[in-house]
Design a binder for this molecule. Structure first.
Ligand SMILES: [Zn+2]
Length: 304
């Protein structure tokens, strides 16, 4: 105890909504996903700062709908706590181990975030998925015809973090990995072959045999919605040296304050992640003119 701060008040990083406002609000969606609803929706209120509007948290109809999708796994939304819905989609026959699931749920709850691990009832056929999307992170997460855009129900995109679990490439030099053109363009040592990738409110991970590695990878990719990598050698958590399946205290605090980053209305969310700008310099994302200069503005420095 003592780690939690569930009252939703106090010093917090700005929400994605406020960042967008500070950064000019209505920018053109870079992935062709329509106009910025953030700047249009003036009724948005989020008392607990979890990124799920109060109106939905209090909506019986919405709660019933989410339960109709996920069944009893879903225990309801509550605007007196910070919920984080993780919508888990499996490709093929892999299932994340119970030990990993329990560790992640417990860690988040100990740190003031009521994570609900929701396994989607649809399991995607491996062969069909490989044909259509391959193990290419762009085709899975962010291209206009990606798995994410074609498959995820719009209502869930806005309230849940999507975690897509894939088998990864079969035997060969990149076994159990996937390919990220953004990482490759960055000139990484991995040449773009990665174990997982996050683009804001969604991530894809390749299945792991070891529970410990699986837990660290999934925690890392979920945490990326509000946290960047850390090069501080004293950071022993999954964003730093990866020694412990945990985050640093300050990182938990930042995560609690960054839950609003889950909300997606435009796809711009993806681009406004500072980590992507710092690490990938995503010129290859065809950024609309005018957006790039805003990302470096003080309003986007969510952590300072
Ligand atoms: Zn990372």
């Amino acid at each position: 105890m003592g780690k939690t701060d569930t009252n939703g008040s106090g010093r917090e990083s700005p929400t994605r909504r406020s960042l967008l406002t500070w950064c000019g609000g209505a920018v053109t969606a870079p992935f062709g996903i329509g106009a910025s609803a953030y700047s249009l929706d003036r009724s948005y209120q989020d008392t607990d700062g979890d990124g799920i509007p109060d109106s939905l948290e209090r909506s019986v109809e919405f709660n019933n709908w989410v339960r109709s999708v996920f069944g009893e796994q879903f225990t309801g939304l509550d605007d007196s706590r910070r919920d984080l819905l993780v919508d888990v989609r499996y490709v093929g026959d892999w299932t994340v181990s119970a030990a990993t699931r329990e560790l992640i749920v417990e860690l988040f709850r100990e740190n003031g975030i009521h994570l609900q691990w929701l396994e989607h009832p649809t399991r995607y056929d491996r062969a069909a998925f490989e044909r259509q999307y391959g193990y290419n992170a762009k085709r899975i997460l962010w291209s206009p015809r990606s798995f994410y855009h074609q498959t995820i129900e719009p209502r869930l995109k806005n309230v849940a973090f999507q975690l897509i679990v894939v088998p990864g490439f079969a035997d060969g030099p990149h076994e159990r990995k996937l390919y990220s053109p953004a990482t490759a363009a960055h000139g990484s040592d991995s040449k773009g072959y990665v174990n997982g990738l996050n683009t804001g409110n969604r991530a894809v991970v390749a299945s792991r045999y070891s529970h410990e590695i699986e837990a660290k990878l999934i925690l890392h990719e979920i945490a990326h919605y509000a946290l960047c990598h850390s090069t501080d050698p004293t950071n022993t958590g999954v964003m730093g040296t990866n020694e412990e399946a945990d985050l640093m205290e300050w990182e938990w605090e930042k995560l609690r304050g960054g839950l609003g980053a889950i909300r997606d209305t435009t796809g711009v969310d993806v681009l406004l992640r500072r980590c992507l700008w710092d690490e990938l310099k995503p010129a290859q994302f065809r950024v609309p003119s005018g957006l790039a200069e805003h990302v470096g503005c003080s309003g986007c420095q969510a952590d300072d």
